[in-house]
Design a protein around this ligand. Structure first.
Ligand code: GTP
Length: 924
């Protein structure tokens, strides 16, 4: 799982580079560690963001703890009935239509695909496995025959081992080492050819399912399968058409005999069409339904029941006795829990553990559930047998209980005193005529602290469902570390625990026994948060033997044997029984406690899941708030970008005004150097040639050398400026858009598709500054300038006549203006006054040039400013427009999450009130 690390906007480090959006240097959230250790407190199954709120706007990779169960692993579930497709590399690599066929098969009927190595090389097997994995994907389980290394390398679901292959535990551990991220334990299946091997593989081996193949030259016979009755894991039978026939009905026969499904080769699979398979699965589910309808079976709630909140049960009206009160509480509790389930669905659709709660709700009206737990070999089965008074369960020095075994009551039937069946959910249900089962269901669980992890998980997963735990400790190892660990785990579900110190007969004397009792009590008090640790030292073996011999000796019953047998070993077991029986009597305090425990079981599950949901929602809300802030900051950050553009535009304006300034100075310089009285050529040109004459060289120079190029330069500069504005705006606009899309890719939909005019905003600039310069004509300016000069000369020399002018001609040899004037004065006193105006007239012209240039510069600057403003306003509007759907969505998401958060706390409050009500139950 690659964590998606959310981005934040950093306000300080923007504008870093033009090749990156200016907001891309963003810090990352610290990804919280999501590894769980032994017995985690909080957890949720993996597979994030598929539904509801998350689907709407999946922005953050939230913390995904592995599972609510210890070790962070879940047992893999195997659906039955199922079809297993068995392949060899050639099937996969042959290049014909096999892959298409496999693709279709896994999308419809095949739930497990096994790739066997055949005799080929590891390389070929690996290549075939890679190819197969890419076809199968997650639609079916892919298992590799024997080669754990290849299974691990291609990330397969598990391995199939031959009868002589690796021990299952070794294979599983090897796979687990390589699949450290997976929350599901790897599957280990075994090929078997007879019932003994099958039993062995399912019991001490801990295989998850079996593939049963007939020995060479043997043909299928239903009786053959009867030897597998004790095998408690699914068995898939190899369906070889040449042995069994090609009718699917033959396969159905196998299912009826107890097989979990059929194993077929590619060749055999091709023999059947969709119709045959649908017939196969329909009939199989009909068979299953029949089993489910057995009395008191563990029917699961249907989703529709959850929605309706009815579970098909009649509502109970009115109550007078405690029992009625209990019924009424059950109804209230049920409806609150349905609400709870709905809220959990909303808060954490991926939380698979909600099924625990659904189960617990469906079991509210079921008898009290007493679960016997403890380490393997502590004597759990013997304790149960002693309670039942008969050796119903297998006992033994090696782990003997491999499945959760429900013991339920059924009337005595001489033909079938004990009937066991495997429920589709994998648990075993045995119907026995033992009286204690009338009032409570007893569950035998596989021992903990076994090397077989599957069994340990089974027990752990069962703990939340039980109402009371009978924790069996063996006298030869009172309270081990792993027992303490397990006990701690049970307390996460707030389970009431009663200890049974079994095999007490092993102690030499009472002081040894007392020492062990006080040791256990001392060390569990804190864990169970009670001063009153309940512990019964017993010898289940002696108690069972006493009961059995009492039963065989009709004259003596068990109670009498207690009297006659003063042995404490039996009497202490009797104490335990008395305690348990008192649970059945609703009129006693213990009976009341039974009801309370029963009612509190689903509440504890709900409470724990709700707490997990709350943590998750808190985190989700935090992320959603962060998202909203990020979106808002992202939108607002455009202001800083525009400020930056404004800053940069100053340089552009400066450059343009400098250009105008230079042009102005050059014109003025020209005036200074050219316009002199002594410039006889000029004077003659203006005075004698009149207006119609061709342009003077001075004016021509102004046009060609100064104003003309100046205007061209300015135009070029303003064109560049306009381009700078547009490219800046469209680049940044696009970067914003990319950032929104990259940051929230799942949200790119029709809402975020903008109208064309939105994109046009990025290009839309009026180019006012360019227009100003375009409107400024160098020719017109030169003409104007020419006119001004003419007026200057005419105003100066027009009244002097030929004498004055000839006098002035003298001055042509004099170097300075002053001498100029003096000479003129001497030559023509009358003309002096007119000529003396020349410098001020010249200055006037200079001022005129200056004011025209300054006016132009101002006009251009204002237009540039206008262009800039238009660009930044457009860019801001663009970013606001494209950011709006994201902002709205993050706001909506946050609102939704806050609503769910409120719903969570409301439902928690309701549960608390209910809990108080339950606690207030008392014997009337
Ligand atoms: N001495 C003595 N041995 C006992 C007593 N109870 C059970 N045993 C023996 O302990 C061994 C294990 O007993 P089981 O009842 O199979 O133990 P378990 O806890 O169910 O074992 P698993 O199901 O494998 O976890 C058997 O050999 C029993 O005979 C007892 O009270 N005293």
């Amino acid at each position: 799982m690659t964590p998606f690390l959310p981005l934040h906007v950093s306000t300080s480090s923007r504008f870093l580079s033009h090749s990156l959006p200016f907001f891309t240097r963003l810090p990352r959230f610290k990804s919280p560690s999501h590894r769980t250790h032994h017995f985690p407190i909080l957890s949720i199954a993996n597979n994030p963001f598929q539904q509801s709120i998350d689907k709407d706007f999946p922005t953050q990779q939230q913390q995904q703890p592995r599972t609510l169960f210890p070790g962070g692993y879940k047992r893999p579930e195997i659906k039955v009935p199922n079809i297993v497709l068995q392949l060899v590399p050639d099937d996969v690599l042959s290049g014909d239509d096999a892959l298409d066929f496999i693709d279709k098969a896994v999308s419809k009927w095949v739930g497990i695909v096994v790739l066997n190595g055949g005799d080929g090389s590891g390389k070929t097997l690996y290549e075939a496995a890679c190819l197969l994995k890419s076809v199968v994907r997650d639609r079916a389980r892919l298992l590799i025959g024997e080669r754990v290394d290849i299974a691990a390398a291609v990330n397969a679901s598990g391995v199939v081992l031959s009868d002589q292959g690796l021990p299952a535990i070794v294979a599983r551990n090897m796979m687990m080492d390589s699949k450290s991220e997976s929350i599901v334990l790897p599957l280990v299946a075994r090929n078997v050819q007879n019932s003994r091997a099958a039993l062995n593989a399912s019991n001490s081996e801990g295989a998850d399912f079996l593939i049963y193949g007939l020995e060479q030259d043997k043909y299928f016979d239903e009786k053959m399968f009867s030897g597998f009755a004790d095998v408690k894991i699914p068995i898939f039978v190899i369906y070889a058409s040449h042995r069994v026939g090609t009718s699917i009905m033959e396969g159905l026969q196998l299912l009826k005999s107890g097989a979990g499904g059929l194993v077929m080769s590619l060749e055999d699979l091709r023999l059947f069409n969709d119709e045959s398979f649908s017939q196969f699965f329909n009939t199989a589910s009909a068979v299953e339904k029949k089993t489910e309808n057995e009395p008191e079976s563990l029917n699961k709630l249907k989703p529709s029941d959850v929605e309706n909140g009815t579970n098909g049960k009649k509502r109970v009206a009115g109550f007078v006795k405690l029992e009625d009160r209990e019924k009424q509480l059950i109804e209230t509790e049920r409806s609150i829990l349905f609400e709870c389930i709905n809220v959990i669905h909303k808060a954490a659709p991926q939380m698979k553990e909600v099924s625990l709660l659904i189960d617990a709700v469906s079991q509210l009206d079921e008898p009290f559930l007493l679960a016997i737990v403890g380490e393997f070999n502590s004597g759990k089965s013997t304790v149960i047998n002693a309670l039942l008074g008969e050796r119903y369960l297998k006992e033994g020095v090696v782990p003997t209980t491999n499945e959760i075994t429900f013991l339920r009551y059924s009337k005595y039937n001489s033909e079938e005193p004990q009937r066991c069946e495997r429920h589709p959910d994998g648990q075993y249900i045995c119907f026995l005529p033992a009286p204690i089962l009338k009032e409570m269901n007893i569950v035998d669980t596989p021992g903990t602290n076994v090397i077989l992890q599957r069994q340990q998980r089974l027990t752990e997963e069962f703990v939340p469902r039980s109402d009371l735990l009978l924790f069996v400790i063996s006298a030869d190892r009172p309270l081990t570390e792993s027992e303490v660990d397990f006990l701690r785990y049970t307390q996460q579900w707030k389970k009431k625990v009663v200890f049974v110190l079994n095999k007490s007969d092993l102690y030499q004397n009472t002081s040894e026994l007392e020492e062990a009792i006080s040791f256990i009590k001392e060390n569990t008090r804190n864990l169970l948060s009670t001063e009153n640790v309940i512990l019964y030292p017993v010898s289940a073996r002696s108690a069972l033997e006493a009961k059995l011999s009492a039963a065989s000796d009709t004259k003596l019953d068990y109670d009498e044997s207690l009297v006659s047998e003063s042995h404490w070993k039996i009497s202490s077991f009797y104490e335990l029984e008395r305690f348990l029986y008192s649970f059945l009597d609703g009129s006693t305090e213990t009976g009341l406690e039974r009801m309370k425990l029963k009612l509190e079981t689903p509440i504890a599950i709900a409470d724990r899941i709700l707490s997990t949901c709350e943590t998750l929602m808190k985190q989700k809300c935090q992320y959603a708030k962060q998202d909203l802030t990020t979106v808002t900051e992202l939108i607002d950050s455009v202001k800083e970008l525009t400020m930056k553009m404004e800053k940069e535009s100053i340089t552009w304006r400066r450059k343009t005004s400098l250009l105008i300034e230079t042009t102005k100075s050059r014109v003025q310089e020209l005036i200074e150097s050219t316009l002199q009285i002594s410039n006889i050529d000029l004077a003659t040109a203006y005075i004698f040639k009149g207006e119609k004459s061709a342009m003077t060289p001075a004016a021509i120079r102004v046009e060609n050398d100064i104003i003309g190029p100046g205007v061209l330069d300015a135009k070029k500069q303003l064109e560049e400026y306009a381009l700078w504005l547009k490219s800046n705006s469209s680049r940044e606009g696009k970067l914003y858009q990319e950032s929104f899309e990259k940051r929230w890719p799942s949200f790119v939909n029709s809402n975020t598709q903008m109208h064309l005019e939105t994109y046009e905003l990025l290009e839309k600039v009026d180019d006012a500054s360019l227009k100003v310069i375009e409107n400024f004509s160098a020719g017109a300016a030169s003409k104007h300038f020419e006119q001004e000069i003419r007026e200057l000369y005419l105003g100066t020399f027009g009244g002097l006549g030929a004498a004055g002018l000839s006098a002035s001609l003298l001055t042509s040899v004099l170097p300075t203006t002053l001498e100029d004037l003096l000479a003129l004065g001497l030559c023509s006193a009358g003309g002096f006054i007119a000529i003396s105006n020349f410098p001020s007239r010249k200055q006037g012209l200079m001022d005129k040039v200056s004011s025209i240039a300054d006016g132009l510069a101002r006009e251009i600057e204002e237009a540039m400013q206008k262009d800039l403003l238009e660009t930044v306003v457009n860019l801001e509007n663009f970013v606001k427009t494209i950011g709006k759907p994201y902002k709205d969505a993050s706001q909506q998401r946050l609102d939704k999450l806050l609503d769910v958060q409120n719903e969570l706390s409301d439902i928690k409050e309701k549960l608390r009130t209910l809990q108080v009500e339950i606690q207030n139950l008392h014997v009337s």
